[in-house]
Design a protein around this ligand. Structure first.
Ligand SMILES: NC(=O)C1=CN([C@@H]2O[C@H](COP(=O)(O)OP(=O)(O)OC[C@H]3O[C@@H](n4cnc5c(N)ncnc54)[C@H](O)[C@@H]3O)[C@@H](O)[C@H]2O)C=CC1
Ligand SMILES: CC(C)CC(=O)C(=O)O
Ligand SMILES: [Mg+2]
Length: 358
């Protein structure tokens, strides 16, 4: 069976890191049909839209999407609908990719690259499940208006809307409990229920859903405390489930526990099992075009693609094994480099993973 994979490299380091992941996929010698399309700023430059209809159609018609990253400071003054970030938000919304799995795993070889002491992070293996199509990122109304009341009445104000519908909370909660069942049966739901109505509602629904999973130990934590606990004692967590905004922030924080944001892959799934796979980081314009970005988060995202969307777990295992081997061999991109290891470029890291696959 031929699997259709849409490849959307995007902007900044996107093309450099996606190129390495595609080389790895091709080296598996499978009947993949790999089609590439422009997205983000690259698509805006070519077609005056960050998510052209042809790119969206290609993504929707594929079994899975491999995505790089979008965005660059040079587009920051465009009207919002034309900004590159609208491409990834649009793909998530249009494809219904509501469940974002971000596994933060510390490879033993990177214990010293983590910003925490090895004794605090050794053996770290947590899963952050971030709701991806709701919350303040998508809530309406939003905009800039003249304040009608309050101490700044008559002045301009910016506003957004945080909202979650009951089915949205229920479906992500079910996935979180199911993920916890396959792991260490501990689930921590992160919210801000002491302040926000949306969060109290989220918490109430999660508690209701928990009745169906009596074997999972459910806890709740306010997001400010969770941010602190992640650097105090990260191994206390097993699965974390949280909303879109809090999950965005906490997963970037968790990435540093693994040594670098260049190590954190992600899978964004919809109800039909279709998925978009991307590193958790952005387009890193500060290092783009220098062949120094870490491609491992993207290569590990390709492994998640094989496992979750194509049901090819043995091939995913092969890629993850190859990544472990290159790290054990002491190869490091600049972001995870330390004395006694060998600094390699983006493409050299790709070469090494390819070699280790065989
Ligand atoms: N899914 C997406 O496409 C995302 C896009 N963005 C966009 O990316 C652009 C840059 O945003 P930032 O806030 O700077 O976040 P960023 O994640 O792109 O970069 C943050 C820092 O991490 C470093 N970094 C990121 N990935 C790396 C890698 N693979 N190897 C080595 N170092 C790496 C960067 O050099 C930078 O110092 C913005 O336009 C933003 O909107 C941000 C996050 C996600
Ligand atoms: C455009 C942003 C919402 C992307 C981001 O920061 C993320 O998904 O982690
Ligand atoms: Mg983010």
């Amino acid at each position: 069976m031929t699997h259709k994979i849409a490849v959307l490299p995007g902007d900044g380091i996107g093309p450099e890191i996606v190129e390495q992941a595609v080389r790895v996929l091709r080296a598996l010698d499978q009947p993949f049909q790999i089609d590439e399309a422009k997205v983000g700023g690259a698509a805006f430059d070519a077609f005056e839209h960050p998510l052209p209809p042809a790119t969206l159609a290609l993504a929707k018609a594929s079994s899975a999407v491999l995505f790089g990253a979008v965005g660059d400071w040079k587009y920051d003054s465009l009207p919002r609908e034309f900004r590159p970030e609208q491409a990834i938000l649009g793909l998530r919304r249009e494809m219904g990719l509501f469940a974002n799995f971000r596994p933060a795993i510390l490879y033993p070889e990177l214990a010293n690259a983590s910003s925490l002491k090895p004794e605090v992070v050794a053996g770290l293996d947590i899963l952050i499940l971030r709701e991806l199509t709701g919350d303040i990122y998508f809530g309406k109304p939003r905009g800039v208006r003249t304040a009608e009341d309050g101490p700044f009445k008559g002045e301009r104000e910016g506003y957004d809307t945080m909202r979650y519908a009951e089915p949205e909370v229920r479906r992500i909660a079910h996935l979180a409990f199911q993920a916890a069942m396959k792991r260490n049966k501990r689930l921590c739901s992160v919210d801000k229920a002491n302040v926000l109505e949306t969060s109290q509602f989220w918490r109430d629904i999660v508690i209701e859903v928990s009745q169906e999973y009596p074997d999972v130990a459910l806890s709740h934590m306010y997001v400010d405390n969770a941010a602190m606990q992640l650097v105090r004692a990260p191994r206390e967590f097993d699965v974390i489930v949280t909303g879109n905004l809090f999950g965005d922030i906490l997963s970037d924080e968790a990435s540093m526990l693994t040594g670098s944001i260049g190590m954190l892959p992600s899978a964004s799934l919809n109800a039909a099992g279709q998925g978009l796979y991307e590193p958790s980081h952005g387009s890193a314009p500060d290092i783009a075009g220098k062949n120094i970005a870490n491609p491992l988060a993207t290569i590990l995202s390709a492994a998640m693609l094989l496992r979750y969307s194509l049901d090819l777990s043995p091939l995913a295992d092969r890629i993850e094994g190859a990544v472990r081997k290159v790290l054990a061999d002491g190869l490091r991109t600049a972001d995870i480099f330390e004395d006694g290891t060998t600094k390699v470029s983006t493409s050299e890291m790709g070469d090494a993973v390819l070699k280790a696959l065989r």
